[in-house]
Design a binder for this molecule. Sequence first.
Ligand code: MRU
Length: 327
Amino acid sequence: MTKIVTPDPLRFAKGELILLDQRKIPEKKTYIRIKSAAAAAKAIKEMVVRGAPAIGIAAAYGMVLGRKNPLQSAKMLIEARPTAVNLKWAVDEMLKVKDRSFKSMLAKAGELEDENKKLCALIAEHGAKLIKKSSCVMTHCNAGPLATDGIGTALGVIFAARKRIDRVYIKETRPRLQGARLTAWELKQWKIPCVLISDGMAAHIMKTSKVDAVIVGADRIASNGDSANKIGTYDLAISAKYHNIPFYIAAPYSTIDFSARNEKDIKIEERDEKEMLFVGGKAISAPGVKALNPSFDVTPAALITAIITERGVIKKPSRKTMRRFYS
Ligand code: MRU
């Protein structure tokens, strides 16, 4: 498996879940030690750890810590972030462990973590085949090692295809700036040429520069292929369609919610308006101004060229093509 040069977003040692505090990256590397399921849920909600696959694995370890009250722990962890279905998937997997001993629960969480790393590696391998020589690609938010506890989904593809990539356009990703802070940091360490753009620049760059593909991750994919990802992904897909640029989603099966028929069944997380109104603790709008802060949007399957999964590439995602891959 590919060696990841960036620090792990999480690890479990001596009975504690240790989380890299992603809110502080790139300024500093600090770690938070988690000793209970409630503390794990709080860290997920406050985005110490974030990214759908990584919060799934953090929740699995949260269940190890909360094994004495499994149902209460499960509820707290699942409610911490409502859109990313990996959270529910991981918690449900942990609830299947019959013997709720520390040893068995820890072994199961470790299994999920190892499997997750393998899924990311397979996604990277399949997705890289879609990237042509001398490509310029665009991405949004952060779908790299920090978000996945593996090589990444969208960024895993970019890493695997790095020799054929001339430039990565990174959308900064307001309001929490995961693109500017995290994706740029990871690509720098991988020495992949990249340039930061503001969220509003994507269509202009597509029109005036060379963009060969857009690749992003996902937080929940409905059974018809409609895909929820960081707010601003839907605009990007519309712009890509207009400019005839392939638009790819990269995600493991744990991100697919087969109980969701389409985007109407995907709950969108609404976060505190303060994330919009303050930057670095400073107000950026007039006092009393209200702000909206939906954390995700849904890109309809019709705008998605393909979904890259561990099983291969689902071209023209639809209920039928999705079922063919996962039956
Ligand atoms: O709010 P975040 O930072 O958890 O949002 C993360 C994203 O939207 C990622 O693109 C998604 O989780 C896929 S991560 C492989």
